[in-house]
Design a protein around this ligand. Structure first.
Ligand code: PMP
Length: 344
């Protein structure tokens, strides 16, 4: 029999179907079984590949995107990278407004992927003309034939996870999942995944992870937007200073806030103990697991799936830099590990 060349048409074929990996050392001492859905296995190294592909293909189906169209978006970096990747393959131009809080690594990567990037101040209100929302909106309005992805207010963001992440987790756990733990930024990941899972089994507990300095947890509890909750924080991609409509609060049972410091240390610990090199919010997600465990949320029969949204390589100048950690004061209360680097 003649052998055929085994090649994929393009890199987008690898989006989704990320592995579920059992967590061992990091979960020692906790009641239950803990599994990570490792989204860094997407070709763009984050969960955002799923929404970029889904939203772009849906816009093509609806005839909104045409060859040569310009795609505009606001992004903490990950969505931008995914949109830039999808744009290259599909032949679109890509303009991105990012927050100055995004790591330099992320901003440089967007440029490396051919996107035009506007870096906007992080600590201004969403309706300030300099905010990354306002800048993206203005570019979209000024650029004829452009398409604004608008991930915070796009129902297709939820839909992408409803159609992919949710069914994957259901299948990978053979329907035995009892808890889902996921960070909330736009809310697309947690909402779409939870909506699918709760349709299969309404008893699954859905636990959201929020940042100190964000309004999401309070809004979930009180249905009120409280601007007093807002102050600068360091973890990138989760928490929010507005209420995104891409979050379906009705499928989330409870939120937990975690500190920047705990999230950073936990991410470093996951990398060192599990060999899974994770981003900042993966640390936040597992820190939330620990805090939920303290409240008695889990028992021996719990099967807890935690979403790890992206890869550690995006944070080399932040949580994986000892200098950065020291500057933040994150080593003040912790013993600093000795450097393992020796120059010969
Ligand atoms: N972690 C990281 C690193 C992210 O970039 C994002 C997306 N902003 C999230 C978590 C949260 O995902 P979602 O927007 O789907 O809520």
């Amino acid at each position: 029999m003649k052998e055929e060349i085994q090649a994929h048409e393009h890199i987008l074929d690898f989006i989704g179907n990320t592995p579920l990996i059992k967590l061992k050392k990091i979960a020692q001492g906790l009641k239950g079984n803990f599994f990570a859905k490792v989204e860094a296995f997407n070709p763009g190294h984050s969960s955002k590949d799923r929404i970029a592909l889904h939203i772009v293909e849906e816009a093509e189906r609806r005839g909104i995107l045409k060859p040569g169209s310009i795609i505009v978006e606001t992004t903490s970096g990950n969505t931008g990278f995914s949109i830039a990747m999808v744009s290259i393959i599909k032949g679109y131009e890509c303009i991105l407004a990012v927050s100055s809080k995004s790591s330099k690594d992320k901003i440089d990567m967007l440029q490396a992927m051919g996107a035009k990037v506007y870096v906007c101040p992080a600590n201004v209100s969403a309706d300030d003309p300099r905010s990354y929302y306002s800048v993206a909106k203005r570019i979209h309005e000024e650029t004829a034939g452009s398409v604004y992805i608008n991930q915070y207010f796009n129902e297709l963001n939820i839909d992408a996870h409803y159609k992919t992440t949710g069914p994957e987790i259901w299948k990978q756990t053979a329907g035995k999942i009892t808890h889902l733990v996921a960070c909330s930024g736009t809310g697309g990941t947690i909402s779409g995944t939870a909506r699918f899972l709760k349709e299969q089994n309404p008893n699954i507990r859905v636990l959201g992870v929020d940042a100190y300095g964000s309004v999401l947890k309070k809004f979930h509890e009180t249905h009120e937007f409280d601007p007093k909750e807002i102050y600068p924080y360091r973890v990138e991609g989760m928490g929010k200073n507005l209420i995104p409509t891409a979050t379906d609060f009705s499928v989330i049972d409870q939120f937990m806030k975690v500190t920047d410091e705990d999230a950073a240390h936990t991410a470093r610990e996951i990398s060192k103990t599990e060999g899974i090199f994770v981003g900042y919010t993966s640390g936040a997600a597992f820190q939330a697991v620990r805090q939920f465990a303290e409240t008695g949320e889990f028992n021996e029969n719990s099967n807890v799936v935690v979403i790890f949204p992206d890869h550690g390589s995006r944070y080399m100048s932040k949580i994986y830099s000892d200098d950065w950690m020291r500057e933040q004061g994150f080593f003040d209360n912790q013993k600093v590990e000795e450097s393992q680097i020796e120059y010969v």
